[in-house]
Design a protein around this ligand. Structure first.
Ligand SMILES: [Zn+2]
Length: 234
């Protein structure tokens, strides 16, 4: 099975579903697509290509650690996705879907505080709409510590997980992958710190009878007959 992960920024894939990627990558092809450049919105690094390249190198190290089959960078402007027509983001997602034809897709939750996360979620939901030829059967959204929990539930829909993946064996791989991001890692009590990532996994696990879990909200699942699906693709 082919799986695609659409993240707004380098590190969101690790924060959102790194331990699940590490688990799935043992048997499946997991392709990671990072839409934004993740750094040029910061005043000090606005024109600092070296800082951006260092971040991409960190992302490659992190996703190699997770065992992903590939990571690609679309380099949209950080924290300025809302300066682009939504359609441009949708087209980029659609192009990837045509190329790798994933059966499962993971992306951001639409209620995140971060605007790029919201727009990524919206673009992926649009690109994966179930019309003829769309390969995507299951669409999940993940939570990103320091964005999903900082969204205000009164304004946006809150993250309500209904799928829990046992990551007892891979949570430390996620923590190590996050440590690869030299400019993005933070010390406790920041939500991205190793202690907080482990604590979140323990908490999510405890709500599902597991030692450690990553939690997802299933946005859509289509259980098609295999024969009908093959006919459509032929
Ligand atoms: Zn982000």
């Amino acid at each position: 099975m082919t799986i695609a992960v659409f993240a707004a920024h380098p590190d969101d894939e690790t924060l959102g579903c790194g331990a699940t990627i590490a688990k799935l990558a043992a048997t499946e092809d997991v392709h990671i697509v990072v839409l934004g450049d993740g750094i040029t919105a910061r005043e000090a690094s606005r024109h600092d290509r070296a800082a951006a390249d260092a971040l991409y190198a960190d992302a490659e190290a992190a996703t190699t650690l997770l065992g992903a089959a590939s990571v690609t960078f679309e380099r949209l402007p950080d924290l300025r996705f809302d300066t682009l027509p939504l359609l441009e983001i949708v087209w980029r997602v659609e192009r990837v879907l045509r190329e790798i034809r994933p059966a499962s897709v993971f992306t951001h939750h639409p209620g995140d505080l971060n605007r790029d996360h919201q727009l990524t979620s919206r673009a992926v939901l649009t690109a994966t709409r179930p019309v003829d030829g769309c390969p995507v059967r299951d669409l999940y959204c993940f939570e990103v510590p320091s964005s999903t929990e900082w969204g205000f539930a009164g304004v946006a829909p809150g993250f309500t997980p209904n799928v829990f993946v046992d990551v007892s064996e891979t949570i430390e791989t996620k923590v190590r992958a996050m440590e690869s991001y030299r400019s993005e890692r933070r010390a406790f009590p920041h939500p991205r710190s190793p202690e907080a990532l482990r604590a979140l996994a323990r908490y999510r696990g405890s709500t599902a009878g597991l030692e450690s879990a990553e939690a997802f909200q299933l946005m859509r699942s289509i259980r098609a007959e295999a024969v009908a699906q093959e006919e459509r693709e032929a």
